[in-house]
Each structure stands twice: as structure tokens, then as C-alpha cells.
Design a protein around this ligand. Structure first.
Ligand code: GTP
Ligand code: MG
Length: 460
């Protein structure tokens, strides 16, 4: 990347809003900004102190105002990108913001690529790769718990632990290599017992980091869930209960839901993406049949299935089929309409069919049983994974890197135990060091960096 290159982009979402921000960053940011901005005070932005704002107008080539704006000057290295940055707060209209951006491009800036501002913060060393990834997670967080985790990672809590681990191993490597490079000098033999202790300690730290990763990933990516059952058992009612909103049409006519309705509910900090589907049955209605096909498709893809039964109607053959279809998968069985009289379905009967899946009694009319259902959902998707409140891995890429490091360390320790020479053990340790470096970006291929930043939106 040419460091002198000055970039500009609209950093706020497009659409009508009170305010919108256009950002410029780079070696020429102040000069470019001065070409398009007339401060009311008559000052040039390059002359104002850092972290000050000036009211004025962004003007076109003829000097005619495009918009009234506040220009905020932040000089490098104390800015988001570590470069000189000017942010124009304008009126938040799509056309206005585009015209301001076009003016900046005319004045010498280049349109920023997706994530390029954050990439500069990374390239200039203000944040590492894990922190850059946390920026996207902060923007995309859907629950408080997910947001808190992303903020911890953005502050560097994860990076600090990984870097400490890497430093410890580098120290060990240095000791071994000193021995190899200067065998005749009296640097002392490698203390194999001490080396073993360090490796054990580092393995333990990898395990600690990996321990809560399952929860972290679920919290970040959400759980794809489908509500399945016969027509009229209360699937749409259940969606509404879990969302706390009247989202799906509920009626006593079987076959009400045709299209898949998907919404995200926050259940104990986990974003659960719930799909309400058409009731499963064979039908002559051609539209409903498409709905049933879509329901089956969703059922096939879901990570978690909520099987809804209508206890007042008794257990029908179709119910049994659905229960059989989810055996061996993550599922919770909802015994709905417990408020109604009827043949009923004995819990024991369902439990026998449901196998290890939890069974929850519910009344979707009143919401009774909701809390128990939420607990059962969390238990089913998280299992033993427990949230510790500390930083944990929430990104598959990080998990893979730490697992790679763990594997290499385990091999190093085995080699050590088998009495293999320290310089051979060092090869495994070097692999662990490289793997850890992939988390923070010290040892990462350029194309992976490109790939990560391309996931950002333009303007971030
Ligand atoms: N008494 C009682 N009625 C319920 C309960 N849950 C849902 N119902 C009623 O059952 C009927 C069907 O509810 P829906 O939520 O539309 O059922 P569905 O499974 O989505 O039906 P389809 O979309 O047709 O497959 C409606 O009249 C609901 O009010 C419950 O717990 N108790
Ligand atoms: Mg429905």
C-alpha cells in the first residue's frame, strides 16, 4: 500500500438520517480537505490544532456550497488510522453525502476500499489483526453479551494473552538456539525439565483459551433454529412468544403459515435465528406444498430444531415422524397447549420418543413455560460451555490457530519426553509460535489480510 495515498469514503449508513459522515485519511488529508471546505472563521484546516472542529461549508469547484458541515481534524498518529484524518459531519442524505465525497475525490483523494481505514490502523501498528476483526464484531454484535465480548477483544484482551504465550515460547526458542549456534561457548545445556514446565504451562493456557470457544462462536454467529411441527400446533404462536412480538400470523386455520419467516431472538445473550415454517403435512394446495418443501429444507439445515406438539390433539403419526427425524440432532420438544383438555400426550411417552432431548410444557397463549424453554435451548446449544466473563475465542480463525499451536506444543512435549534433542523439539515450538502469530497477524499471509478486510463495509 502506498502510505501517501489519501483515501475518502462515506462512513455512515446510506439512507435518510440526521447526520452523515464523510471521512478522509492520509498524508494529504488536510490539504485535500482545505480544497473543498470553507470554514466560517476563515481558517484553513491545516492550521487548526488537532481534535478541533470548525463549522463551514463544503463547496463545489465554483465555490457554491454543497452542504453546511462541521469538519473535525485529527492529526496522526493519534487518530483512527494513525494518519491525518478529517471527518465531515454533513446532513444525512444520500445525495448530499455522495456530492461531498465526489468533491473530495476531485480534490485528490481516492475512494477507500472496504475496511481500508481499519486496515491502515493495522498496517500502522495501532491495532493487531485480532483487534481489527473485533471491530467488525462490534459493528455486527446482536446481543449485549456478544458486544461485551467484541469490546474486550477490541481492547486487546485476547491479543495480550496470545502475545504473552508467544513471547514465552520465543524465549524458550532463543535459549535453545543459543545452544545450537554457540555449542562451544559456555551457554549451558538446555534445562530439559524447565523446558518441559514451560511447554506444560503453555499447553494449559491454550486449553483455557479453547475451553469457552464454543460459546464464543455461537454468541457471535448465532444459532440457526427452525420451528417444526404439524399444522395448527402453535408454531407461529411460539415464534411470537420467543420474540415478544406479534410477528407471524396466528389463526386456527391449519396451513396458515406458508412462507418461512425468520427473525432473531436474544436468548440469554445468544442470537437465535428462528425460522417459523409451514406445518408439515401432505396437501393438495399447491402453494402450501411449496411451503412444506421449504419447511423440510430449513429443517435439514438447522442447527437446532424446536419440535412443537399439540397435547390437546394427542400424539399423531406425523408427530412421531418429526420426532424421529430429529434424533441425533440438537432439538427441544415443546408440549404445547397444556391449558386445553383433550386426549393429551403423556410426558413419558414423549420422553421415550424424544430420547435425550429436553421436553418443555408450554402454553403459547399466555407464554407460560417460556423461561424453561429458553433454559432448555441454551443447555442444548451450549452444553457444558460456560461463560466466564473473561475474554474467550469467538472467531473460528482464531480457534483454528490456537488449536494448531496446541497440537504443535503437544508434539514438542512428547518429543521432549522421548529424549529427542532440544534442537528437534525446537521445530515443533517454532510451529506453535507461527500458529499463535496468525491470531494477532504477526505471521499471516498478505492474501488472508486482504480477505479479512474485504469483509468490512466501505468507510470503516
Ligand atoms: N389454547 C391454546 N391455543 C393455542 C396455544 N398455542 C397456539 N394456540 C392456538 O392454536 C391455533 C394455531 O396456532 P398457530 O400458531 O397459527 O399454529 P401453527 O402451528 O403456526 O399453524 P400453521 O401455520 O397452520 O402450521 C391458533 O388459534 C392459536 O391461538 C396454546 O398454548 N393454547
Ligand atoms: Mg404458523
Amino acid at each position: 500500500m502506498e502510505a501517501e495515498d489519501t483515501i475518502a469514503a462515506i462512513s455512515t449508513a446510506l439512507g435518510e438520517a440526521g447526520l452523515g459522515t464523510v471521512r478522509v485519511s492520509g498524508g494529504q488529508a488536510l490539504e485535500v480537505a482545505d480544497r473543498v471546505f470553507r470554514a466560517r472563521s476563515g481558517e484553513r484546516l491545516r492550521d487548526v490544532p488537532t481534535y478541533t472542529a470548525r463549522l463551514g461549508h463544503v463547496v463545489d469547484e465554483a465555490g457554491e456550497p454543497i452542504d453546511e458541515a462541521v469538519a473535525l481534524v485529527m492529526r496522526g498518529p493519534h487518530s483512527y488510522t494513525c494518519e491525518d484524518v478529517v471527518e465531515f459531519s454533513c446532513h444525512g442524505g444520500g445525495l448530499v453525502l455522495r456530492r461531498v465525497l465526489e468533491r473530495l475525490l476531485q480534490a485528490g483523494a481516492r475512494l477507500a476500499e472496504p475496511g481500508e481505514f481499519t486496515k491502515r490502523a493495522f498496517v500502522n501498528g495501532r491495532i493487531d489483526l485480532a483487534q481489527a476483526e473485533a471491530v467488525i464484531d462490534v459493528i455486527r454484535a446482536r446481543t449485549d453479551a456478544g458486544l461485551a465480548q467484541a469490546q474486550r477483544q477490541l481492547r486487546g484482551a485476547l491479543s495480550d494473552r496470545v502475545r504473552q504465550l508467544r513471547r514465552d515460547l520465543l524465549e524458550v526458542l532463543a535459549a535453545i538456539e543459543a545452544n545450537i549456534d554457540y555449542p562451544d561457548e559456555d551457554v549451558g545445556d538446555v534445562d530439559r525439565a524447565a523446558l518441559g514446565r514451560v511447554l506444560t504451562e503453555c499447553l494449559r493456557e491454550c486449553d483455557l483459551l479453547l475451553r469457552d470457544s464454543h460459546r464464543g462462536i455461537i454468541q457471535r454467529e448465532g444459532v440457526r433454529t427452525v420451528i417444526a411441527g404439524r399444522p395448527n400446533v402453535g408454531k407461529s404462536s411460539l415464534l411470537n412468544v420467543l420474540l415478544g412480538a406479534d410477528r407471524a400470523i396466528v389463526s386456527d386455520v391449519p396451513g396458515t403459515t406458508r412462507d418461512v419467516i425468520e427473525e432473531t431472538a436474544n436468548i440469554g445473550g445468544v442470537p437465535v435465528v428462528i425460522a417459523d415454517t409451514a406445518g408439515l403435512r401432505t396437501t393438495e394446495d399447491s402453494v402450501e406444498r411449496i411451503g412444506v418443501e421449504r419447511a423440510r429444507e430449513k429443517l435439514g439445515q438447522a442447527e437446532l430444531v424446536l419440535v412443537v406438539l399439540d397435547t390437546s390433539a394427542g400424539l399423531l403419526e406425523e408427530d412421531v415422524e418429526i420426532l424421529e427425524a430429529v434424533s441425533g440432532r440438537k432439538a427441544v420438544v415443546v408440549r404445547n397447549k397444556i391449558d386445553l383438555p383433550g386426549p393429551g400426550i403423556a410426558r413419558e411417552r414423549i420422553e421415550a420418543l424424544a430420547g435425550p432431548h429436553p421436553v418443555v410444557d408450554m402454553c403459547c397463549l399466555t407464554g407460560e413455560g417460556r423461561e424453561e424453554l429458553e433454559r432448555a435451548i441454551l443447555e442444548e446449544v451450549l452444553g457444558a460451555a460456560r461463560h466466564t466473563g473473561e475474554v474467550y475465542l469467538s472467531n473460528t480463525r482464531h480457534v483454528e490457530a490456537i488449536m494448531g499451536a496446541r497440537e504443535a506444543l503437544a508434539e514438542a512435549r512428547q518429543a521432549l519426553d522421548r529424549g529427542i534433542p532440544a534442537d528437534m523439539v525446537a521445530i515443533d515450538i517454532r510451529r506453535a509460535v507461527d500458529s499463535l502469530g496468525r491470531v494477532t497477524g504477526e505471521t499471516v499471509a498478505e492474501d488472508l489480510v486482504e480477505e479479512i478486510f474485504s469483509r468490512f463495509c466501505v468507510g470503516k
